[in-house]
Design a protein around this ligand. Structure first.
Ligand code: ADP
Ligand code: MG
Length: 469
């Protein structure tokens, strides 16, 4: 039995890994231990009551799906929670909790029609495949997403009727494409509940199609998609090079479009840069509206942090919020990952969330985010090289040797990290982005005219690279 539950859990982890961001996976799933498997009931051990509640609240669907796929419809889940008595002398004890949503299969939404092309072995109830968590209410508006958001909203109000058909939303990873298209789908269903909305990732579409070809069911595959009133296809860049898939999608697209049905697509790049896509398909994409999502600016990041924390019922101090918004400036998914880790750290260590904890949490994560070399490390290395302290670099002083060292450290921060100019300035005693631009320029200029200086930059480069390798 013991090995059984371990291998079942390993199998589940493999499936779950594909469904959640890496940070969440590490934080919430790796600490779970499988305890036993009895009949269809898998008992897992989680480190705290908080952990249990968090998983129930956020990941129970994903857990259920993985479990059903691994051991079948009879699957049930039980938790065993290790309760820390908060006293180092007495060892933690365990309590067992049944899964509050005990019956795994009944929790699914009512079926509307059966989709014969699901890959899972279980007879899946077919629904819109929409995640209700992703709504317009939880989608923070900012300059970075205003056009896409309002176009999405207009489409949601009148699917198939506006000139935004197809609606194509593009942008880099973690910028909110999937969230936005789910929000559109959910909104349509909210006020037009007879409409058949369908969300499908392009990978899933491709796999369903391959299966249909193998089973001689291409006609039913196509018929199935022709019934959809609003078709949402996520990440169409994966259609690149898949000619047969593009062909069938082209037919479905034309048919739906002609019948006034709405098509919504996302892609990680603008249509003109989509590789391996047929021209006739690309030209269809341009019929409607193409809108992009940009990286969120500082204010939007602040608002997103506020919203997420409020939704969790957690208050974080203003300085922590500001620190995170400055530090994590790549994309929203990363920002969420950091927030989740922060909450987990606070809960596991029974601490309040404060600036120190935020910095500690960031330290653990920053390695991944910044490809090894971070601002902190650069400051230490440069300060040491010039026989200064790290604080000197952040101080207000204009002493010449400090100014030079500071400029050099700013220059490397720009070269070796993904931080924005604004964020770099923040880490150097709250200077503004123009100071950083000036520093980079000054270092480049001095290198041009001063061989000694150039050598010291090379020395430092080597020192910094040692860590990078
Ligand atoms: P993409 O599909 O572009 O890679 P996602 O839609 O999966 O990105 O977004 C990543 C995470 O960031 C999701 O959890 C999503 O809810 C969140 N997110 C993205 N943009 C916003 C936003 N404007 N407001 C609130 N949350 C957002
Ligand atoms: Mg996505």
């Amino acid at each position: 039995m013991q090995t059984d539950c371990v291998s079942v859990w390993e199998q589940c982890l493999k499936l779950i890994k594909n469904e959640v961001p890496e940070q969440s996976f590490t934080t919430w799933f790796l600490p779970i231990k499988p305890v036993k498997l009895n009949g269809g009931v898998l008992t897992i051990q989680v480190p705290s009551q908080f952990f249990y509640e968090w998983i129930e609240e956020h990941y129970v669907h994903i857990l259920k799906k993985a479990l059903v796929a691994t051991i079948g419809q009879q699957a049930k889940l039980e938790y065993s929670v290790v309760v820390d008595q908060g006293n180092k002398n007495s060892s933690p004890y365990t309590i067992n909790l049944p899964n509050i949503k005990t019956n795994i299969d009944k929790a699914e939404k009512p079926r509307r029609m059966t989709n014969p092309f699901e890959l899972e072995t279980v007879d899946q109830a077919f629904d819109s495949q929409l995640n209700s968590i992703y709504s317009f209410d939880t989608y923070v508006e900012g300059d970075c997403n205003r056009l896409a958001r309002s176009a999405g909203y207009a489409v949601a109000k009148k699917p198939g009727v506006t000139s935004f058909n197809p609606l194509m939303i593009y942008g880099g990873v973690g910028l909110g494409k999937t969230h936005l298209v789910h929000a559109i789908g959910n909104k349509i269903k909210e006020h037009l509940d007879d409409k058949f909305v369908l969300y499908v990732s392009s990978e899933k579409f491709i796999n369903q199609f391959i299966k249909a070809v193998q089973n001689n069911e291409v006609q039913s595959f196509q018929n199935f998609y022709l019934q959809v009133d609003a078709l949402i296809i996520d990440d169409v860049q994966f259609f690149g090079g898949k000619e047969k898939t593009q062909e069938i999608f082209f037919h479905i697209f034309n048919h739906l479009h002609q019948s006034g049905k709405q098509i919504i697509m996302t892609s990680d790049r603008p249509p003109k840069d989509l590789k391996g896509l047929e021209e006739r398909l690309l030209s269809r994409f341009k019929w409607g509206l193409t809108a992009d999502l940009q990286q969120p600016d500082f204010e939007t990041r602040m608002a997103i942090i506020h919203n997420k924390m409020e939704a969790e019922g957690i208050v974080i101090p203003g300085d922590v919020c500001e620190y995170l918004a400055y530090t994590v400036d790549t994309n929203v998914r990363e920002l969420e990952g950091v927030l989740i880790s922060l909450i987990a750290h606070a809960s596991l260590n029974k601490r309040d969330i404060d600036l120190e904890l935020a910095k500690q949490t960031m330290k653990n994560i920053v390695h991944d985010i910044e490809a090894e070399v971070g601002i902190d490390y650069i400051q230490k290395t440069v300060a040491e090289y010039y026989h200064l302290t790290q604080d000197d670099l952040k101080a207000k002083t204009r002493k010449k040797e400090i100014v030079i060292a500071r400029q050099v450290a700013m220059y490397f921060s720009k070269e070796y990290t993904n931080h924005s100019l604004k964020s770099i300035g923040y880490h150097f005693g709250g200077r503004d982005h123009s100071t950083v631009i000036h520093a980079v320029q000054a270092v480049n200029d001095t290198m041009d005219v001063n061989a000694n200086f150039r050598n010291s930059i090379d020395d430092l480069k080597n020192k910094l690279k040692i860590k990078q390798a």
